[in-house]
Ligand binder design. Structure first.
Ligand SMILES: [Zn+2]
Ligand SMILES: [Zn+2]
Length: 235
């Protein structure tokens, strides 16, 4: 009895909120107060997840860019704005290898983004170029996020389906269309995807160019439909 109380006390006192340092009972590693204050993305373009001003009709909204040039992927969803403190947590995860922060984010985002209808057959993380992977970071943040989404959503994850080759010479002087073509060619699709609905997973959506290129590579390889998921979206 005493031992059990002591171990309960220990486990309670040792778990600290990742953001404020208060003791924290929630499995995500963030306390109730900090979780409530996260910059949730409520109002966004359904195509590319670009934050949009709130409006009474929240469904079926698209940004002007997607209306003019619909992206190759059918939808994009992000759990949060890329703003304080999500930006700081993502950077801790991505550049300082803080896997506890990464796991917290992935866990909370999985709960927010779970697809109820129109579920992908397979989740595929955006790959890192292997040199970056090996010498700089040592892990692929998108793969860790996809693994947590797959676990919570009960969807298989194909971590090696896409491979990223080097982008080659500087792309600065090329036209936008040419850069996109090069980016599409830099993705190898290494397993059959014909007829599949693929859920592409990345950490942060910024311009959407990487997701666009990976989606086109998958569609060219015969995939039926692409949905995309990320932790956060930049404005
Ligand atoms: Zn806290
Ligand atoms: Zn859009």
């Amino acid at each position: 009895m005493v031992y059990r109380l002591f171990s309960q006390f220990l486990s309670r006192s040792l778990v600290r909120c990742l953001l404020c340092g208060d003791s924290c009972m929630h499995s995500s590693g963030l306390c109730d107060g900090c979780r409530a204050e996260l910059p949730h993305l409520h109002s966004a373009c359904e195509c590319c997840a670009l934050p949009l001003p709130p409006s009474p009709s929240q469904s079926g909204r698209q940004c002007p860019r997607c209306l003019q040039h619909p992206p190759a992927f059918a939808s994009a969803r992000a759990a949060w704005h890329y703003a304080f403190p999500i930006g700081q947590l993502v950077q801790r995860f991505k550049y300082r290898g803080d896997l506890v922060a990464g796991h917290s984010l992935a866990r909370l985002a999985a709960a927010r983004l779970e697809p109820m209808a129109d579920r992908p057959d397979l989740l595929v993380p955006i790959p890192l170029h292997w040199r970056k992977f090996l010498f700089k970071r040592g892990f692929n943040q998108a793969q860790l996020i996809a693994a947590e989404f797959g676990r919570q959503w009960r969807i298989p994850v194909a971590a090696r389906l896409l491979r990223k080759r080097g982008a080659g010479a500087s792309q600065q002087t090329l036209t936008r269309a040419r850069r996109l073509r090069n980016l599409i060619r830099s993705f190898d699709v290494r397993q059959p995807v014909r007829g599949l609905h693929i859920g592409l997973v990345d950490d942060v959506i910024t311009t959407g160019a990487t997701l666009e290129a990976a989606s086109r590579a998958l569609l060219e390889a015969g995939a039926w439909r692409i949905s995309t998921y990320a932790l956060a979206r930049t404005p």
